[in-house]
Design a binder for this molecule. Structure first.
Ligand SMILES: Cc1cc2nc3c(=O)[nH]c(=O)nc-3n(C[C@H](O)[C@H](O)[C@H](O)COP(=O)(O)OP(=O)(O)OC[C@H]3O[C@@H](n4cnc5c(N)ncnc54)[C@H](O)[C@@H]3O)c2cc1C
Length: 519
């Protein structure tokens, strides 16, 4: 009798966790047959009120899209309310705390410029319509700036769209076009972020922890501090078949031998690779890909195998992919109170507030409190980021990525014109992420492998660096969809993967969006 199939998942991001859940729920694989190998010492975890909280990013989701994510989280019970699924819990939370930003932009006069009109000229409208109706093949590896004139990047639309989704003018025109189509509904409400859904707590506590809990209860093994350094393979009937894995587990070299039929899923590359934290008194260290080795396995596998993609397209230009974020822990409500009176939004209802004239293009988000499962009631936490972290600030004569937490707060207070007393109790932890928008860099067809590359038998990639037709990277949905595609293809599961909702095909939506573009 042959032994049951085992599955090895390299990387412990949400993509791998989702794949493990699909293997169990839809593939009938027993949890104890699944091993997740993660290089980081901890799977998630985000500080406490004393040391200060830290999150690399806030999370914006929608319920009009994110089809695979909700398909998954309809099956995962909430930790706080086990009678509800995470999906139901999130929906109920958003009904109570709907997003409706009243201060999406703030200018250098500390005023809220009108945002109902997008500020387009006729030329902007024509160029935008032309770009959104072009075929991906025609756009090739071009940049957004190849299609839109300099004036477009001064419009309110660009400021709001770019800071909502973290686009830079030099990013991929294909990706920007995908966003215009995928998030066409947001086009009509980008100024209030009314379509945005938030998780009850930060992404780790609200999505990852319940999923991890469900997987562990099913017997899935999660190995942390375990870097997979290489795969052994053979060629059988012309197909690439993985037969072994080499890893460094808590400093020791280990080899795992695969049996016939076993499966391997690899998270190739990571947008958070080489990210580093600073403190109130220290800027984050300047790390690069050599420090973490998060790209190394993909680089090894892709060498001389064009069907495995081209990592160098995504990891060779930190100057075009880096930005810095920061998380602030406060023990005095003064900052939140003053933000509420400035913006007109209670925390959790406003979404991003962008300082449109800031050299760093600084934005902050005050989420509903508490934002962490272990956050005491008298503590508040907020998050912010700057798209241009290599520029000198307006109130601090330093590039953002060289600033300490105290200097970031000084810059922020300058834009807000808040007294130093509002951040007297603050602990601001900066986070530098050199590859955070690497998946937006201009690419050509074939630079990203499909989840299951052609000519492979038991092997798949799951990440932001695989090709998923129509879908948009820099979303949880992309990683979950890639996971579902990989698992279904390798196991031959016939259940339908929820398709990308064709909002852009609806005449009604297109008409609304067109009206908006013409305003
Ligand atoms: C700042 C920020 C803001 C975001 N905002 C949003 C948002 O608003 N909305 C939204 O939908 N999404 C958002 N996202 C994106 C979303 O969080 C990502 O899509 C998701 O986290 C990526 O998950 P992943 O599993 O594909 O990859 P990752 O989380 O990058 O996981 C890959 C893992 O693989 C590990 N690994 C790599 N190589 C090896 C190896 N050889 N051996 C062992 N382990 C290895 C890495 O250590 C890493 O933990 C945001 C992300 C960030 C960072």
């Amino acid at each position: 009798m042959s032994s049951p199939i085992k599955a090895y998942l390299v990387g412990g991001g949400i993509g791998s966790l989702a794949a493990a859940a699909f293997l169990i729920r839809d593939g009938g694989i027993e949890g104890k047959q699944i091993v997740i190998l993660e290089a980081a010492a901890l799977l998630g975890g985000a500080g406490d009120a004393e040391r200060g909280y830290s999150m690399r990013g806030g999370r914006m989701l929608t319920t009009d899209n994110y089809e695979c994510t909700w398909d998954l989280f309809r099956s995962i019970p909430s930790l706080a309310q086990p009678a509800m699924s995470v999906y139901e819990e999130t929906l109920a939370f958003n009904q109570q705390h709907a997003s409706h930003a009243k201060a999406r932009l703030i200018d250098q006069r500390r005023a809220k410029p009108a945002v109902a009109s997008m500020g387009f000229s006729m030329q902007d409208r024509l160029e935008l319509l032309k770009l959104s109706s072009a075929e991906e093949t025609a756009l090739g590896s071009s940049c957004i700036t190849d299609h839109l004139s300099p004036e477009f990047f001064q419009t309110r639309f660009w400021l709001m769209w770019a800071t909502t989704f973290a686009f830079q003018p030099w990013h991929s025109a294909v990706e920007f076009r995908r966003y215009l189509h995928r998030f066409m509904l947001e086009f009509t409400r980008i100024e209030t972020l009314a379509g945005v859904k938030r998780t009850v707590l930060n992404q780790y506590d609200a999505l990852v922890r319940p999923l991890q809990h469900w997987l562990e209860a099913k017997g899935v093994q999660l190995w942390s501090d375990c870097t997979v350094t290489d795969l052994d393979h053979k060629i059988a009937d012309g197909e690439f078949v993985v037969i072994g894995l080499h890893c460094t587990l808590k400093g020791r070299h280990e080899s795992l031998i695969l049996a016939d039929g076993d499966l391997v899923f690899v998270q190739n590359g990571s947008m958070t690779d080489a990210s580093s934290l600073g403190s109130m008194h220290a800027a984050p260290a300047r790390l690069g890909k050599a420090h973490n080795g998060g790209w190394t396995l993909w680089e090894k596998l892709a060498e001389a195998r064009p069907s495995f993609g081209k990592p160098a397209v995504f990891n060779s230009s930190v100057a075009r992919s880096e930005w810095t974020s920061f998380t602030v822990t406060l023990k005095d409500p003064a900052f939140f109170d003053q933000m509420q009176s400035l913006t007109g939004n209670e925390a959790g209802t406003g979404g991003l507030v962008t300082f449109k004239d800031s050299n760093w293009l600084l934005s902050i988000v005050l989420a509903h409190q508490p934002h962490f499962a272990n956050q005491p009631p008298d503590v508040q936490v907020f998050w912010g980021y700057g798209l241009f972290s290599d520029r000198i600030g307006n109130y601090v004569a330093k590039p953002m990525d060289e600033c300490t937490g105290a200097e970031l707060l000084q810059e922020l207070r300058g834009h807000l014109r808040f007294d130093p007393s509002t951040t007297q109790t603050a602990n601001c932890i900066p986070c530098r992420m050199p590859y955070i928008t690497s998946m937006f860099l201009p690419r050509s067809a074939g630079d990203r492998p499909p989840p299951v590359p052609p000519g492979t038998r038991n092997f798949a990639f799951i990440s932001q660096f695989v090709e998923v037709p129509l879908d948009t990277v820099f979303t949880v949905e992309y990683s979950v969809r890639a996971a579902q595609m990989a698992v279904y293809q390798l196991l031959g599961i016939s259940r339908t993967i929820p398709p990308v909702t064709p909002h852009d095909a609806s005449l009604h939506v297109r008409f609304e969006a067109l009206l908006k573009a013409l305003s």
